[in-house]
Design a protein around this ligand. Sequence first.
Ligand code: OGA
Ligand code: MN
Length: 202
Amino acid sequence: MDYQAVMDAIYTRGWVIVDDFLTAAEVDALRACLPDEWRPAGIGRDTLHQDNRDIRRDQIHWLDASLGAPVADYLARMEALRLAANRMLMLGLFDYEAHFARYRSGDFYATHRDAFAGRSNRRLTSVFYLNNDWQPEAGGLLRMYGDDEQFLMDVSPRGGRLVLFLSEEFPHEVLPANQERYSIAGWFRVNGSGNGRLDPPR
Ligand code: OGA
Ligand code: MN
């Protein structure tokens, strides 16, 4: 992967899509690490399951290298990205957290931002898709908006594709999926809430 091109894109427009970040075989290996146990995703500090269901219906399982070598490899790739972002963009990213997400038929995630200025230490979002042969009829598009909340683009959750975007600047939603949809959502975080922003802000 061309780190320079990826970081240039993040610097100039705040997002980038890397197709074939992993091969179909590598995606299959990651899918073989999917856990048996899932929990309803929470929203920030809100833990009221019923309220959550109006906003998001996916289920999650936090990633950790003990889930298998393919997961450990994935985390190592994210660590390399973190170091490249710090070296080339001076983002000061401190760590990375990620979870598997499962959307079953009918599941969605309403429009949200992953971080709000001053209230989160998430700076850069990653979403990696585990759906080889995803067809348009399967729905489940990632719909992205600009900071002004105007439509930006729809992204198909096709296997091997990695999406990176600045966590505070792009509202987004997951349209209802019509079949099981798997992804790894992750966040590069700063240590404390004051730093880690590109300067000047776009
Ligand atoms: C998230 C999210 C997008 C996707 O988990 O916060 O927005 O396409 N996921 O799965
Ligand atoms: Mn999100």
